[in-house]
Design a binder for this molecule. Sequence first.
Ligand SMILES: *[C@@H]1O[C@H](CO)[C@@H](O)[C@H](O)[C@H]1NC(C)=O
Ligand SMILES: *[C@@H]1O[C@H](CO)[C@@H](O)[C@H](O)[C@H]1NC(C)=O
Ligand SMILES: *[C@@H]1O[C@H](CO)[C@@H](O)[C@H](O)[C@H]1NC(C)=O
Length: 583
Amino acid sequence: MIRQSWRAFSVAVAFSAALLPVLASEGVSGVTGEQYVFERPRVTNRPAPGGEYIWEQITPTKNLVWYDCYTARQCARLLVPLDYSNEGGLQAAIALVRIPSTYPTSSPEYRGPVLFNPGGPGGSGVDAVNLNGDQFVKILGPQFDIVGFDPRGIARSTPKGEAFLAQAERKIFEADADRLGPEGGDADVANAWARSQIIGKLASERTSDFLKHINTENTARDMLRIVEAHGRSKLLYWGFSYGSILGATYASILPDKVERLIIDGVADAENYFATLWSNNLLDTDKTMQAFYDGCYSAGPEGCPFYAPGPGLIAQKLSALYDSVHKNPFTVVTDKSYGTLDLDRLKATVFRVLYKPYTQFHPLAQALADLRNGNATAIYQMSETPTFGCSCGTEPLLSTSVDEGYMFVACTDGKPVPSDLEYSLKHHSEMSRSSEWGGQWSTTAIRCSGWPQFTKTHFQGPFVANTSFPILLIGNTADPVTPLWAAQKMSKGFKNSMVLTQDTPGHCSISMPSLCTTQYIRDYFVDGSVPTIGTICAATGSPWPRIEAEMMVEENLSEKDQELLQATRELSRTFEVPRVLHGL
Ligand SMILES: *[C@@H]1O[C@H](CO)[C@@H](O)[C@H](O)[C@H]1NC(C)=O
Ligand SMILES: *[C@@H]1O[C@H](CO)[C@@H](O)[C@H](O)[C@H]1NC(C)=O
Ligand SMILES: *[C@@H]1O[C@H](CO)[C@@H](O)[C@H](O)[C@H]1NC(C)=O
């Protein structure tokens, strides 16, 4: 049944003039023999915004063939084995985007591709490099290709891991969702559990042909293929959040193929592969505290939610929680409408903890507004536009991190027991462990209905003597990847080093630090590694008044000015995908 709805991707696509390969000299050997790539029939006569239509016009090949795309980017689709134990069998096509090095590949200056993973799992590396590639070039230099890829199963890579066949179907399902917020009781847990059973069944029926191959080990092997397709033999990589699991997996299974490897916002890989997600929140309260402390330091003019003491600011917020719990607000904006209840309020605060640099001050303003009876700004901080039906299957877009998350994390990890009792117990344990534990517990509950099969892919141990020391980066107050996990992971990798950034926020790029950026650049460019115990401070503040003062004190060379500018821009705009719907 399902198979009939797939078509072999061997149909030659006529290229329009705009789609001629940009680098014919790199060779188009194309595909020999029968190569099949799963692909759903797509509506292609409706160009998506931002030139997304291009993906469907690119025939995937075993060699990289690049086409101009987006704005000053090149795109390609690389064929890789769906199953590495059966190289000649079915193929997957990995979507890639890059900003090429300004040096020809033959030049001794050329240093090869740096690969990025923005996190999730389920996040799109194409989106990340599309959006932030220019800053990566400024930080690392023009001797590298800056390369983003959508991991297998995700976004524009095919076959795509989707439980839903159309965006409308997905949206109708999501509309029915209750956020498992702080008020979540047993009935809400049961609802979240039941929905996970449904998604698991749909995924099983609709993707059983390839589902088990969407795992992190295979994505790590795909990364080596991408490197080799660039004519290089070792990986240069910078991965964020879940990208730390991917990077550590790569380093463990291909230790001799490491040229540079940074994992930034490090998760506990053992906990991840146990599908527990139970030790992410060890430092979340510290991130919250950084908000109170910063608001207090910024003073009444600098912080709209100011009170004369961090503890008093915390009390003020807690009183606001109580008030919204009793009297939720309704909000109508020009983009959407909805309720600002306690669940949504707390989900918004949690979300802000990821990105202090751009979000702390707006949060303080929105909370002050809310206290004055205006819920618009706080609602808008987590607003998504009301869905308008575009009726049809979607082109290869980056759509739902949520589904991507499940395809990777639930496939990767140990099965979560499928009985409701387990989910109830997990929720109550997580709720006891942290103020944010109840909502975070859905990360594991979502896997409770996932198809079960024998898992033979790599799930640890995370130990290796890598061909170059890996660099781990952790913030002192990261809301979802505590510093402890970076220190733990580092123990497994010979000569690896933890660089500590003394800031709140998720991953180093959530706060600008010139010091961190310089270490990252030097690591990639010269291979220098920071010494044990190195701690970097922020170069900037979430609070405009304090930041203005800091900038006056800085006396930077022109080169460092440029580096700092790129770093601040990255902190403003880089998005680490969040794994929870509505969070
Ligand atoms: C409420 O806040 C919004 C967004 O900040 C603002 O545009 C609006 O004018 C405010 N409404 C009132 C009645 O003050
Ligand atoms: C790393 O090398 C040391 C010897 O230098 C060896 O004892 C150890 O087993 C190696 N570890 C791994 C994971 O290969
Ligand atoms: C900034 O640096 C320049 C050159 O290094 C130096 O001459 C100048 O005095 C410095 N200014 C301040 C305010 O430190």
